[in-house]
Write a protein that binds this ligand. Structure first.
Ligand SMILES: [Zn+2]
Length: 84
């Protein structure tokens, strides 16, 4: 799976504001990454991850929080955000 594909549990972040948009978690203005003091700026919505978890993904995480250990929940969350 790539960052640009959608699935049941997560989808690419499509944050847009005025001339800014999120590309893989980094803010772009036109074709250029927005830089502050030479560093790219993370998208405020997905926090630099580039993906957002859907309602179904949140349900899955809620299940993990209730029934599984925190470490496993974190692993599942990472998988939803980065791998799916
Ligand atoms: Zn974003």
């Amino acid at each position: 799976m790539s960052l640009s594909s959608s699935n049941t549990y997560s989808h690419p972040c499509s944050y847009r504001a005025q001339h800014l948009r999120c590309v893989g978690g980094i803010l772009f203005s036109g074709n250029d990454a927005v830089l502050v003091e030479g560093s790219p700026v993370n998208c405020p919505v997905c926090e630099g991850i580039g993906r957002l978890i859907t309602a179904q993904g949140e349900e899955l995480l809620e299940f993990c929080r209730i029934y599984l250990q925190p470490m496993i929940t974190e692993t599942v969350k990472k998988a939803l955000e980065e791998k799916l």
